[in-house]
Design a protein around this ligand. Structure first.
Ligand SMILES: [Zn+2]
Length: 288
């Protein structure tokens, strides 16, 4: 079952030696402190949310190491330019506060880094300024257990949100399975809150890979098809691409890439030449 929850963001700045070591364990090349911007995220906690669900304490512990290496994407305005950040450390934190129902509050804190590039400057300024505070995280859990009776919520007589023996029944998200990408959401109204129940293999795959990833594959396929098979027509290829899954798209991209190379001939050389002249892209390990 896929879970999607909201969190919060806090700027840190330039990493120190220990932090940089952790970052460099993930990056493709050795990075220097000045090249990297770091910030902290409140990924999720054991407080009951508006969907009457909460993570169990054990699930938070299980999720912590899973989040290390997870990529985060930014909302519409920024994602067009491919900005991403990556979590390099995650740890469950107890700050002495209590949840609404009186349990010690535990939350999963993540530390993320992004490159200090010209493209990221505006985004870093926004995080520093506290503008981008919302994050949405996606993960999968084994089961949702009833907080009243401990059975699977689907199988027990209780309903989420219902008062039962002085407590509000909620779904306890139990058994961390996987962590997907997380994202910044600038406008609260755009939050993806609540549990996303997957109805089948295909939908689960789509959600897991992220719509953005599939869209970029589809765009790339259509682009290459336009070069390799111009007679097919852009609208038709776009329609076809929209129906394909990841494996089919990757297969066709490979095929069309080969054909497009042949079709372009000398043109390919020319475009490679131009790419070499362009500024070096940000750390490759950074891309999803
Ligand atoms: Zn129950």
């Amino acid at each position: 079952m896929e879970i999607c929850k909201d969190g919060a963001v806090k700027a840190i700045g330039t990493p120190d030696g220990e932090e940089l070591k952790l970052i460099n364990a993930l990056s493709r090349r050795e990075l220097e402190a000045g090249e990297v911007y770091t910030f902290a995220l409140r990924l999720c906690d054991n407080e009951m949310d508006r969907d009457f669900e909460r993570f169990s304490d054990e699930t938070l512990d299980q999720l912590a190491p899973m989040f290390v290496g997870a990529s985060g994407v930014f909302d519409h305005q920024w994602s067009a330019r491919g900005q991403t950040a990556r979590i390099y450390r995650a740890q469950v934190v107890e700050d002495g506060s209590l949840t609404r129902d009186g349990r010690p509050c535990r939350w999963l804190k993540g530390w993320a880094y992004m490159m200090r590039t010209a493209e990221n400057a505006g985004l870093i300024a926004e995080i520093d300024g506290g503008i981008k505070r919302e994050v949405s995280v996606g993960c999968a859990v084994e089961r949702v257990v009833c907080s009243v009776c401990g059975q699977e919520l689907d199988a027990c007589p209780h309903e989420k949100g219902e008062s039962c023996g002085g407590q509000v029944c909620c779904g306890v998200l139990t058994g961390a399975q996987d962590v997907y990408e997380w994202s910044f959401v600038a406008v609260p109204a755009q939050r993806k809150a609540g549990v996303v129940k997957s109805a089948g293999g295909h939908m689960e795959d789509e959600a897991r890979l992220g719509r953005r990833y599939l869209k970029s594959l589809r765009d790339e396929m259509v682009r290459l098809a336009g070069i390799a098979e111009p007679e097919a027509g852009h609208a038709l290829m776009k329609q076809v691409a929209g129906r394909l899954d990841e494996q089919e798209l990757l297969g066709l991209i490979k095929l069309y890439r080969g054909r497009a190379g042949q079709a372009l001939g000398a043109g390919v050389q020319l475009s490679y030449g131009r790419e070499e002249a362009a500024p070096e892209p940000a750390d490759g390990a950074f891309l999803i």
